[in-house]
Design a protein around this ligand. Structure first.
Ligand SMILES: [Cu+2]
Length: 330
């Protein structure tokens, strides 16, 4: 079986084989019926070798059921080989994991509140539009945040249950960059069911990777209460809240020298490696300002501004280290 066949190819092959064989068998059977109807037609004259049966007479002669066995035999060969071949094709559709010659792109799909949400392996999230690379296997895991839904992309022959607490796995491959395919819900789930649509957007692999990397960025700015950049005398630590779950150590340390004159540092996918929720800790030399401890979520290009307060002014212990834009990146 050729590698990297898409689901569409497989189902098209099965359809064509069934159509071809069905047509062939139909033509043979109908022709043979017509041929015999003609050959043994009643033209009003009895032939020499014809002995008309009479009521109650049992048939004699014949060739030991040769024709019967022949037709049963041919049918059995056709049906059994069809079953085996189709089963093999469907096994490939069900579980092609070993046959992928590239690592599939992994996406977790969640149906919730009549909308579709997508989370990529690097922690990046999107909704409604699912971007995928062309000619590259995509492995999806579907689940639901509320009621039963079913994720389906008819064009790509994809369908997977989305059930709360369960993960259904399937895969697909789209072969033409620039095309779009409609996503629909195939489980009557409520009032918003028919509007529960989305789009699979097929991109060139390079453009897809660029998009995915560009989503994983964080800009942090530190300023004081007069909106003046703070550029000296501090250290910042970012620690992924689920660090233990990842192979890489997702703890990143920066000093004031890494920030520019605007008190800003821009981190990209190479710095961060993984999106998701991070604990941000900023400590100041000589207790110049109170330590900042916040969490930030990076699921798309994010920015955070932290406003520092003077350490000796913070007698009520709050209100000084909240981020100025109300949490950013949300
Ligand atoms: Cu639904």
């Amino acid at each position: 079986m050729p590698l990297q066949e898409t689901r569409v190819d497989v189902f098209e092959d099965i359809f064509l084989v069934f159509l071809g064989l069905g047509t062939l068998v139909g033509v043979v059977v109908v022709s043979y019926v017509l041929y015999n109807a003609y050959k043994y037609r009643d033209d009003g004259e009895a032939k020499d070798d014809e002995s008309l049966p009479t009521v109650g007479e049992l048939p004699t002669g014949g060739k030991g059921g040769k024709k019967l066995f022949l037709s049963f035999g041919i049918s059995a060969v056709i049906v059994i080989s069809l079953v085996i071949w189709t089963y093999g094709m469907l096994l490939y559709v069900e579980d092609p994991q070993d046959e992928f010659d590239e690592e599939p792109v992994e996406i977790e799909v969640t149906g919730e509140n009549f909308a579709w949400y997508f989370e990529y392996a690097n922690g990046i999230e999107s909704s409604t539009t699912m971007r995928v690379p062309a000619d590259h296997p995509v492995a999806i895991e579907t689940t639901s945040g509320d009621v039963w839904h079913t994720f389906g992309v008819p064009d790509l022959r994809v369908k997977a249950d989305a059930i709360p607490g369960e993960y259904d796995e399937t895969w697909f491959m789209a072969d033409e960059a620039g095309t779009e395919h409609e996503i629909k819900c195939f489980e009557l789930c409520g009032r918003g069911h028919t509007a529960m649509t989305g789009t699979v957007q097929v991109m060139e692999e390079e453009a897809f990777n660029e998009w995915l990397n560009n989503q994983l960025t964080l800009e942090v700015t530190i300023e004081d209460q007069n909106e003046t950049p703070v550029t000296e005398g501090y250290e910042m630590t970012l620690e992924h809240t689920e660090n233990a779950q990842y192979e890489e150590d997702l703890v990143h340390n920066y000093t004031a020298d890494d920030f520019d004159e605007n008190g800003t540092i821009s981190l990209d996918h190479e710095d961060l490696q993984q999106g998701g929720e991070y604990n941000v800790t900023i400590t100041f030399e000589d207790d110049q300002y109170e330590t900042i401890e916040e969490t930030t979520e990076i699921t798309r290009p994010s920015s955070e501004t932290f406003t520092v307060g003077s350490a000796n002014e913070t007698d009520n212990g709050n209100g000084n280290n909240e981020s100025a834009d109300g949490g950013g990146g949300e």
